[in-house]
Design a protein around this ligand. Structure first.
Ligand code: UD1
Ligand code: CA
Length: 460
């Protein structure tokens, strides 16, 4: 599609969102709306893309990265003005211009390809992507002639009562011949209720010049433009459903797609089973035959094969094959778990690497620690990694056994095959294969209980 360049309109603030964040940076399925639009454009094989930015331009540029050409629209004078700002950035190769709004995240590449092809097949000066919907309120209405040509697009605020009844709406996507666009866009006037330069008026101007303009009807589900938070939630639901269907097609069992939340682009291996109330977010990659959930959130983490995670949170960590996590554990950023590691209930792990076959089965906080292979960490073990100013590291070597309720005051090392007695507060390094116990001796006072009971009876 070398001939086709795309212009993505993303300069508006989106007042109806009631937000400090530019509308196009609000996310659905974990991805900014404008990113979803760009994915559809790129998947349609279009490589030349100009993004029009204005409100929050720096934020939008930063979110999308340097691989796009940006046109700055200083003042948001309307969609026509936005395209005008983009035109000088298009190369001479570009003979057709696809215009899409940055707030229509449900568009698919198939539909955009169809739109481009339809204009090429009919030889029209422009093709408009329309939708036929029950409640057309807020959209531009498509006025057609008897021979099914598009005559004009009338915005809601400028429409007559009769025109408002038209259910065919403008989705905000079009393909123009570049020549047709250039022949009309300089002639736009802001002579409408909103006082804006409407791109949609190019259609009317083309028709006045007796140039054919055709329409392609998009699947209704793809037509939504996001103007409000409510519409954002509706789009989220559609995208979520698409992602679950994709995973199921790839061989993943999802017990309840309605309560499974998968961000766009998450990868899950075959025969993995996902229980309800599970969130797979960010750049997460899950292996084969895993069992996830119920009640689990995995964010930008990489899991090997046959990993079990139940009622737990795993963030920005790498988990080896056949690990078990949870229920009720929190794997914070920066952990690397080797294969066969067991993290049980109520364990918090941060910036820690755990060697093969090691276990932290209950109620522990382990942070900034390097744990070797075949280590057992007893219930209630805490690494005291923070002295109030700095974080310090703990080293626990292969084969170590840490008794329950131990404090490891970092920096500290427990060397290979050493044992730490339950209840110890360890402040000094423990040599290999030794036993370290730090607790006061137990005092036993014979008959003490009996005497106490007698005194209580006397007091009554
Ligand atoms: C627009 C269309 C309407 C269509 C609807 C589909 C016009 C005049 N109207 O209306 O026919 O039914 O989209 O969703 O085109 N933008 C800029 N610069 C501006 C103004 C807008 O970049 O000066 C961008 C916005 O960021 C947004 C897109 O253009 O991504 C659409 O703008 P918006 O204000 O949402 O247009 P609508 O009123 O929805
Ligand atoms: Ca809109």
């Amino acid at each position: 599609m070398q001939r086709v360049g795309a212009v993505v309109l993303a300069a508006g603030q989106g007042k109806r969102m009631m937000s400090d964040t530019p509308k196009v940076l609000h996310c659905a399925a974990g991805v900014p709306l404008v990113r979803l639009v760009l994915d559809a454009v790129e998947d349609a094989g279009i490589t030349e893309v100009v993004v029009v930015v204005g409100q929050g331009a720096d934020m939008v540029r930063e979110a999308l990265g340097p691989e796009y050409t940006y046109a700055l629209q200083e003042k948001q004078l309307g969609t026509g003005d936005a395209v005008l700002q983009a035109l000088p950035h298009l190369s001479d190769h570009c003979k057709e211009v696809l215009v899409v709004c940055g707030d229509t995240p449900l568009l698919t590449s198939e539909t955009l390809e169809k739109l481009v092809k339809s204009r090429q097949d009919t030889g029209s000066a422009a093709a408009v992507l329309t939708g036929i919907i029950d409640d057309p309120k807020g959209y531009g209405r498509v006025i057609k002639t008897a021979d099914n040509m598009v005559e004009a697009i009338v915005e809601e605020s400028d429409a007559s009562v009769e025109q408002k009844r038209i259910q065919e709406i403008n989705t905000g996507s079009y393909v123009f011949t570049k020549e047709g666009l250039e022949a009309t866009i300089y002639r736009l006037q802001p002579d409408n209720k909103q006082g804006e330069y409407y791109l949609t008026d190019c259609i009317r101007l083309l028709r006045e010049a007796r140039r054919p303009v055709t329409a392609v009807v998009a699947p209704t589900i793809e037509t939504a433009g996001i103007n409000t938070r409510q519409q954002l939630a509706e789009a989220e639901q559609v995208l979520r459903e698409r992602e679950c269907l994709r995973l199921m097609d790839e061989g993943v069992t999802i017990f309840d797609p309605r309560t499974t939340y998968v961000d766009k682009g998450v990868q899950v291996g075959q025969d993995t089973v996902i229980h309800p109330f599970t969130f797979l977010q960010g750049k997460t990659i899950i292996g084969k035959r895993c069992v996830l959930g119920p009640g689990t959130r995995i964010c930008s983490a990489v899991l090997g094969n046959e990993v079990t995670v139940q009622d737990s949170v795993v963030v920005e960590s790498t988990i080896g094959d056949q690990c078990q996590i949870g229920p009720y554990s929190h794997i914070r950023p920066g952990n690397v778990l080797a294969d066969h590691v067991k993290i049980g209930g109520f364990v918090e792990l941060k910036a820690t690497s755990v060697g093969q076959g090691s276990k932290i089965p209950h109620l522990s906080y382990i942070g900034d620690t390097i744990i070797g292979a075949d280590v057992n960490i007893g219930a209630g073990t805490i690494t005291c990694n923070y002295d109030g100013i700095h974080k310090h590291k703990t080293f626990i070597e292969d084969g170590v056994f840490i008794g329950s309720n131990t404090n490891l005051v970092a920096p500290v090392s427990v060397r290979k095959d050493a044992v730490v007695g339950a209840g110890s507060t360890i402040t000094k390094d423990v040599p290999p294969a030794s036993l370290a116990v730090e607790r006061s001796r137990q005092a036993v006072i014979p008959e003490w209980g009996k005497k106490k009971r007698k005194k209580e009876e006397y007091d009554e």
